[in-house]
Structure formats: structure tokens, C-alpha cells
Design a protein around this ligand. Structure first.
Ligand SMILES: NC(=O)c1ccc[n+]([C@@H]2O[C@H](COP(=O)([O-])OP(=O)(O)OC[C@H]3O[C@@H](n4cnc5c(N)ncnc54)[C@H](O)[C@@H]3O)[C@@H](O)[C@H]2O)c1
Length: 358
């Protein structure tokens, strides 16, 4: 024996993501000597399947079409996807390409991360929410029952292909959902251009120009935060603004409100908590006004009580020993991680949730 009693091995998430904003043509650049596999949202297949097929120039060995819903974001789906990857001869150097909203991207990325311990991954986000947030940052995941994203990995996409034209076919509700995440990024960054964009949303259709601008700003903001803390060990946690409560509202409401709508409610409540702690910047009122202008909800869904939300809160991953760390916005561009003891949290939450239930 050498006498050595321990060994330290450093592992880092040594990957980089290249994001293209120049439309689907960028899919033609995915090169590999191995077959690629496409995971496609069923609505996207119906509305844009031909366009995606011709951008890929037919270079895929298999396609899975997935119906996007939170109820489908399960181990069963991932098991089926992994079986499809196996059956199609997908290797580590193959591309798994996911085209869809956050749901399909999260589940397909999870499958890509565990098949052969990780294949190359390209994401084509097709909802506003996915184009401004979900496609970047490497979080993959599925739900465990009604508990959101409890199982997952970090597996950043090698390529992200943003084509804002996809948002033109989104139902209004899905646009609203994306606006919730744009609002979150605007609060975190305080980016004036993004706040201006939120105050000037298109009156009717014609969202693609707006989405292209929002996506570029939001992804650049997120990239800066994520690359400084890829595994969410510290500063990256501010990206969870609005999510602690948002996930609990989503689950308590049985997903009757979309993810982004719940994030907006979570941001409103978090700003109320910061106000109770003395922020004194008027941010809470400004967020509530903006939510009204954007058509985002300002109240809990019908039939969902503050008590029900709190039951789901207690299942949240971010609960730790003596208290819970909240991301609270004190001003535009000034979000802080605040550890609240259970009693203090109880008082702040009681008030914040009551104002969402009025
Ligand atoms: N990984 C991350 O960092 C991250 C971040 C935020 C959210 N998320 C996850 O993203 C999911 C929500 O994503 P989402 O809001 O994109 O919803 P989604 O993926 O469920 O899609 C919403 C609906 O839009 C449809 N759709 C998708 N593209 C379309 C298009 N171009 N035209 C018409 N319809 C289209 C889908 O079929 C679906 O019915 C949640 O599961 C959330 O947990 C992940």
C-alpha cells in the first residue's frame, strides 16, 4: 500500500451552450456521424412539423411525439423515451433534439442525460416561456405526483436554437405564461430595456419580434447568472424568485394556472414579503400594476386556499432545518436570499397569501 488514506477528485460541469437566435436553419449545422433523435411536442408536430423536418434535412433516425402536460411529465414518459433512444441506436455522440415547450424540453433533456450517462442535446424552445427561460441553464426534470420537478439532473444543452416565429401559434394563455417568466427576469435584473418591453406588449398578434427581443435579453441575463454558479450552489438561487410559492400554487391548484402565471403570483407575494421587511421601494405595487396590464393573475385560483398552498410549500426542496431561504425582491435588480425562521415566515406568508386570496 502507498500509505495514501484519501483521494480528492475534482469534477466540474465542464460544458458550454451555444445559443442561436437566427431561426431554425441553425438545426442544419448539427453534425454527427451517429444517428440523431427528435422528441417533438404534439402541437408543434401538428403546426410546425414540416418546417422542423426540412430544417433537419431528414437526418434523424427516430421521432417521439409527446403530448405536453404536467401530468405527463413523469418517470413513465422518461422510461419510454429512453427505450426509444435505445431502440434507435442513439449513442453518446448522437444528438437528442427536443422541440417543444418547457415540459418536453425538461423531460427529453432528462432522458438524454441518463441514456448512456448523457448524449449531446439540442433544444428548440417553441413557447415564449421556454424561449425566455426554460431552454437555458441545464436543469432537466420530471414531476413526482403533484410535486413539481422533484427528480432531475443538470445536463445543459450543447445547442439552443431560438426561432421566435414559433410563438405566433401560441394560445394567448401560453403567451401569458411566458410573460410571467419575463417579469421574473425583469425584477431580478432590473434591465431597463426588458421593463420597457413589458410595458409595451403587442396589442393583438404579431409576437415574434417582441419575443425575439425578450428572449435575447432574458437568456443573456440568465447566462450570466448560471455560468457563475452552474449547479445552483449559491447566487443562481435568485433565479428561483417566485418559484417557491409559484410551485406550491401550481400544485395546490392542480395545474389550473400555468407555470408562468404561478411564478407571477409568487413574485407578487415575494415582493409583499420584502415590503413587510421594510423594502420601502413601492416595488410590490408596481409588480401588481404590471401583472394587471399583462393580464397575469393577481389572485389565487378559485377554490385554492392559502392553507392548501402552505401544505404544498412544506414539500418544497428548498426547505432546510430551522428555516427556509426565500428569494425576496427589494427593488428592481435587487433580489436577496433571506433565511426566514419558521415563525417569521409564518407571519410574512400569512399576510402575503391573504392578499392573494382577497
Ligand atoms: N428547466 C428549466 O430551467 C425550466 C424553467 C422554467 C420552466 N420549466 C418547466 O417548463 C414547463 C412549462 O413550459 P411551457 O410553459 O413551455 O409549457 P408546455 O411545455 O407545457 O407547453 C404549453 C402548451 O403549448 C403547446 N405548444 C408548445 N409550442 C407551441 C407552439 N409553438 N404553438 C402552439 N402551441 C404550442 C404545448 O403543446 C402545450 O400544450 C414546466 O414543466 C416548468 O417546470 C423549466
Amino acid at each position: 500500500l502507498s500509505g495514501r488514506r484519501s483521494l480528492q477528485v475534482g469534477f466540474r460541469l465542464d460544458r458550454s451552450t451555444s445559443v442561436s437566435f437566427s431561426g431554425l436553419a441553425a438545426l442544419g449545422d448539427l453534425e454527427s456521424s451517429s444517428p440523431s433523435y427528435l422528441v417533438l411536442d404534439s402541437e408543434v408536430a401538428r403546426l410546425h412539423g414540416d418546417r422542423i423536418g426540412s430544417a433537419l434535412r431528414g437526418a434523424v433516425s427516430g421521432v417521439s411525439v409527446v403530448t405536453a402536460s404536467e401530468a405527463m411529465k413523469t418517470f413513465r414518459l422518461v422510461r419510454d423515451l429512453v427505450a426509444d433512444l435505445s431502440g434507435s441506436g442513439i449513442r453518446r455522440e448522437s444528438w437528442v433534439i427536443a422541440a417543444g415547450g418547457g415540459m418536453v424540453c425538461d423531460a427529453a433533456a432528462f432522458a438524454a442525460s441518463i441514456w448512456l450517462r448523457g448524449t449531446r442535446l439540442a433544444l428548440v424552445p417553441t413557447t415564449l416561456l421556454a424561449q425566455v427561460d426554460a431552454c437555458l441553464g441545464g436543469k432537466t426534470g420530471i414531476n413526482l405526483g403533484r410535486a413539481k420537478n422533484q427528480v432531475g439532473t443538470f445536463h445543459p444543452a450543447d445547442r439552443i436554437v431560438v426561432d421566435p416565429g414559433f410563438v405566433e401559434t401560441l394560445p394567448r394563455r401560453e403567451i401569458r405564461s411566458g410573460l410571467g417568466e419575463v417579469l421574473k427576469t425583469a425584477i431580478i435584473s432590473g434591465h431597463e430595456g426588458l421593463i420597457r418591453l413589458l410595458r409595451r406588449i403587442p396589442a393583438g398578434g404579431g409576437w415574434s419580434g417582441w419575443a425575439g427581443n425578450a428572449s435575447a435579453i432574458c437568456l443573456e441575463t440568465k447566462a450570466g447568472i448560471v455560468s457563475a454558479d452552474p449547479l445552483e450552489e449559491g447566487p443562481r438561487r435568485i433565479l428561483n424568485l417566485g418559484h417557491t410559492l409559484g410551485h406550491a400554487i401550481e400544485s395546490a391548484g392542480r395545474f389550473s394556472l400555468s407555470h408562468g402565471e404561478c411564478v407571477a403570483l409568487g413574485c407578487t407575494a415575494a415582493s409583499s414579503m420584502a415590503e413587510q421587511l421594510g423594502s420601502g421601494t413601492g416595488l410590490h405595487g408596481q409588480i401588481a400594476d404590471l401583472c394587471r396590464e399583462l393580464g397575469l393573475p393577481r389572485r389565487l385560483p378559485a377554490g385554492v386556499s392559502p392553507a392548501a398552498v402552505r401544505r404544498f410549500l412544506d414539500r418544497d426542496k428548498k426547505t432546510a432545518g430551522g428555516g427556509r431561504t426565500w428569494i425576496l425582491p427589494f427593488a428592481w435588480g435587487d433580489c436577496r436570499q433571506v433565511l426566514l425562521e419558521p415563525r417569521e415566515e409564518d407571519i410574512l406568508l400569512r399576510y402575503a397569501l391573504a392578499s392573494l386570496a382577497e
